[in-house]
Design a protein around this ligand. Structure first.
Ligand SMILES: [Zn+2]
Length: 281
């Protein structure tokens, strides 16, 4: 049989068959066996081995032809006649902890960055809990590889995710995200900033006008300059000017109002007016 499996250590010994799962979904089952059999004992190095039966176990693999796929691996076990240890054929492309191929673990890691745990679980034929566990291992691995250096210019703001405001910390200087916190409530922020590394290295603290951020600045970064985000200040100033403009407009006569047509561009839209003028043929 031609080996189209794409794994070096396993070869198929049957055509795949579709099996109905308890929930009504289908899974493709492919029977396979290891390509290389053990010739030496991993404990003592002896080549005096006895076959000790075959164990058949299911391991999830990446979806084949758009359907969740399980490999039923028939794996020989061996008994060493010298040291008596018992061991199975090696499976280097299998993750025993997750009962899956290592390429499936890689696949789930990448997919769970884009899709929900349930969607990925349905696609590969496992529970969302398993997908979440694989994802959490992945995040832990990534976090251990990266060192987050305290920014000189620390930005604090919020972003709405799943209906809740989450606090987002940024390194303004490098234009990168520093951290994402589940909440922006003062009590939660305090818990986080109690363990913040090297707060004295923050020279500038930029925030919007949300009260708790100002409080955090006062408590944890009193030495750093506080900068209010230009966007928020500008928006408040623009709104105030708009209110005044409308008030003045109300006091005008009809004739005066016509004269003042498009007066709103005198304030906020001046730049746009210039652009429109420039674009004229
Ligand atoms: Zn041995």
């Amino acid at each position: 049989m031609i080996n189209t499996l794409g794994l070096k250590s396993l070869r198929p010994i049957s055509e795949s068959r579709r099996v109905e799962e308890p929930g009504g979904s289908f899974i493709s089952v492919l029977e396979v066996e290891p390509c290389h059999v053990s010739t030496r004992c991993p404990s003592c190095g002896s080549d005096k081995l006895h076959k000790h039966g075959v164990r058949s176990q299911h391991y999830l693999d990446v979806p084949h032809f758009g359907e969740p796929t399980s490999l039923l691996i028939h794996r020989k076990r061996w008994r060493c006649t010298v040291c008596r240890s018992l061991f199975p054929d090696p499976l280097p492309e299998i993750d025993e902890k997750r009962r899956a191929t290592t390429r499936l673990i890689d696949y789930v890691r990448k997919r769970s960055l884009i899709y929900t745990f349930s969607e990925v679980g349905r696609e590969v034929g496992t529970s969302d809990k398993t997908v979440k566990a694989i994802f959490e291992d992945y995040v832990e691995e990534l976090e251990s590889k990266y060192e987050f250096i305290t920014p000189k210019f620390l930005g604090i703001d919020e972003v709405k995710i799943l209906g809740e405001y989450r606090c987002i910390l940024t390194n303004i200087d490098k234009c990168t995200m520093y951290d994402l916190l589940p909440s922006r409530k003062l009590a939660d922020l305090r818990k986080y900033f109690d363990n913040f590394k090297n707060p004295e290295q923050v020279e500038v603290f930029t925030a919007d006008l949300w009260g708790p951020y100002a409080q955090i600045h006062k408590e944890y970064f009193p030495h750093a300059k506080m900068v209010a985000d230009r966007f928020h200040v500008q928006r408040m100033a623009t709104n105030a000017m708009e209110a005044v403009r409308k008030k003045v407009r109300k006091s005008l006569t009809q004739k005066e109002r016509i004269k003042m047509k498009n007066d709103r561009f005198l304030l906020g839209g001046f730049k746009r007016q210039v652009q429109q003028y420039k674009n004229q043929p």
